[in-house]
Design a protein. Structure first.
Length: 452
């Protein structure tokens, strides 16, 4: 625990939805929901306007549509979000060499290590300056929490939402935490919270008063002792600059349960290709191939195979995943498939036999999958080949210029023509194979001269 609030936690406000609103003037101030749009899709992020209707992250998309039928429902554009995240993380690294990203839109920063803060006044000034710089650079807002520990800084940023800053002075932690629900503490999810409630422990004060011995009896040695310390406001975890990935994985949830064994095999091979793409993008290779299968009755099976050495070869991963599938009973249907690679390394020990075999195998036409639980919009190259237009995806028309897809069906695609710097634009409809309409890359949210 520190004597000064020099640990900063940044959380961008409704990040995916806010990025979509910033890039689409007609959606500003309106409910926006980003996520997988299939029947089994889930909400990735909801704008604050959509949250007023009860929509929240991880909610089934069907439920979200019932709560907010008039909201805009868009497919995520992860490459676009990553580009904004890179800008934000660069601003954080200017403050300190110790930046611990938790996700695309969230990170801890050790201000003391960067020499930019050593007391409450300088920490607050650094936090306010960061918020201004993020808005100027990305056009988006973020909320900042400042405290003497990571746990309290994260609680502070949640209180600051949206678009605010909260500083919690060291020494006031127990007073702050006491009346709060135990669910505010890291590691207390629905199951643990209910277990504690049945024992009469509802608030953090109750947790503290129960004592370490009682919590160990209820929750086990490690978890009980950890929660008792956190209930006292103690958290001495350092900000860690590098958070090494332990695995890379992808998965799809299908609109309709898959029964055809050939189709299931094709989907596993497609997922293996996607997984290797992510693996290579992260600069890693891996030794252990993991297959995840969720069956029709929601039972989930996981199978793994460890190779002789690390690989990032798609043929090796594809064949290993196929072998794992052979050991899984898919009778009755499959609703979800996933392929992952763990045991990551920074080098590759190629399986030359598998690589040679893969190079001789003709390319296969892979059928499109069902909706991901959170499905990313196809790349521009994919869209051009298949002429599939996803809601929210960027397009450009030879006559009307830049726009985005509002929807498509029965051979038609509806486009709203506007850009981040214009007012709400006009809507026009075209044939899906109109040669003058093409997918395009996202436009920046802030003009370069404005950012400068």
């Amino acid at each position: 625990m520190r004597a000064a609030p020099t640990i900063l936690h940044l959380d961008m406000d409704a990040f995916f939805a806010a990025a979509e609103q910033a890039s689409k003037p007609s959606l500003r101030g309106k409910p926006v929901v980003v996520g997988g749009l299939g029947p089994r899709g889930v909400v990735a992020t909801a704008s604050y306007e959509a949250r007023r209707f009860g929509v929240h992250s991880a909610m089934p998309m069907g439920q979200a549509r019932r709560l907010a039928p008039n909201a805009a429902y868009l497919v995520p554009r992860f490459a676009f979000y990553r580009s904004i995240s890179d800008q934000v993380m660069e601003l954080l690294r200017r403050l300190s060499p110790l930046v611990e990203p938790l996700s695309l839109d969230e990170a801890f920063v050790d201000l003391e290590a960067g020499g930019v803060a050593d007391d409450s006044a300088s920490a607050r000034a650094s936090g306010e300056r960061l918020r201004v710089d993020i808005l100027a650079t990305t056009g988006l807002t973020g909320s900042v929490g400042l405290a003497g520990s990571k746990m309290i800084a994260k609680i502070a940023s949640e209180e600051a939402k949206p678009d605010g800053l909260v500083l919690i002075e060291p020494g006031t932690e127990r007073e702050l935490l006491g009346p709060r629900s135990v669910r505010i503490l890291p590691g207390v999810g629905p199951a643990t919270g209910e277990h504690l409630r049945r024992a009469g422990i509802i608030t953090v004060s109750d947790l503290s008063e129960a004592g370490e011995d009682e919590l160990v009896r209820l929750l086990g040695r490690a978890h009980g002792a950890s929660l008792h310390r956190m209930a006292q406001g103690y958290d001495d975890r350092p900000v860690v600059a590098e958070r090494d990935a332990k695995s890379v994985s992808v998965e799809d949830t299908f609109d309709v349960d898959l029964h055809d064994r050939v189709r299931i095999r094709i989907e596993v091979e497609r997922l293996a290709e996607r997984c290797v793409g992510r693996l290579r993008a992260s600069g890693h290779s891996g030794r252990t191939i993991v297959l995840k299968v969720r069956r029709y009755d929601f039972s989930t099976l996981t199978r793994s195979e460890t190779l002789r050495g690390p690989t990032d070869d798609p043929g090796v991963v594809r064949e290993a995943a196929g072998r794992l599938l052979e050991a899984v009973d898919t009778t009755g249907g499959v609703r979800l498939l996933g392929v992952g690679v763990s045991g990551l390394a920074d080098y590759t020990q190629e399986d030359l036999f598998a690589q040679a075999e893969a190079s001789e195998r003709p390319a296969e036409d892979v059928a499109p999958a069902g909706a991901d639980e959170v499905q990313e919009a196809p790349s521009a190259a994919t869209e051009t080949a298949e002429r599939v237009w996803s809601p929210g995806h960027d397009v450009r028309h030879a006559v009307y210029g830049a726009g985005w897809v509002q929807g498509s069906g029965v051979g038609r695609v509806t486009v709203r023509f506007e850009d981040p710097w214009s007012g709400p634009g006009r809507v026009r409809t075209f044939a899906v194979d109109d040669p003058e309409l093409e997918p395009s890359e996202p436009l920046p949210l802030v003009r370069r001269e404005e950012a400068a």
